[in-house]
Write a protein that binds this ligand. Sequence first.
Ligand SMILES: Cc1ncc(COP(=O)(O)O)c(C=O)c1O
Length: 213
Amino acid sequence: MVVVEGVYSMEGHICRLPEIAKIAEDYSAFSVLDDAHGFGVLGRQGRGTVDHFGLNEKVDVICGSLSKSLASTGGFVAGTRDVIEYLRSHSKQTIFSAALSPSQAATAMAALEIMQTEPEHHERLWSNTRKYRAILKNLGLDTWESETPAVPIVLGSKERVYPSGRPCSKRVCSPCCRSPRRCRRARISSAPPSRRCTPTNSLNASPTRWRTR
Ligand SMILES: Cc1ncc(COP(=O)(O)O)c(C=O)c1O
């Protein structure tokens, strides 16, 4: 089985799906794409990483989060009817978990409807992203060649990360880093104005990050 992320959330890089899908095909491997950060961002109307590459028929399962571009909580797994039926009856994570609440489902469905019918938000996301990256570039900051709205600012040391968060906290983002030992990067994601920034922390990935939810 080949499991890959569509967009790497701490780097903003897009996975090399054409090459990866080809490897999966060559080895007759089942392919799974976690598109938590690609859905709502890449492809037509934000349909995600497979659509961005035109590889809709090449990936067996696409999973994603409802907590990012769909402004809810929970997640989804998309695949053929047989695969979904198999997961329904065999996946312990599904069998022993409570279902989405009606309000979570309704929020995600409303957001999906907006995604499909109001393309201006998707366009604004990308125009904001381009503006934001240009500002950072003009400031001489290293954004690690991010290709998406997830933009790392590589500062190089935790001593530089902490002061960089202070001006941010006075506006829409608050810095939050409970594990200061290995922080090297700040990440701020651009988003349409309707979405507020909330602080998050990544202990396993080590950098301080501010991201939208
Ligand atoms: C690649 C990836 N998959 C899944 C998740 C889980 O998302 P959620 O916040 O909905 O649990 C995340 C969280 O950021 C993620 O980065």
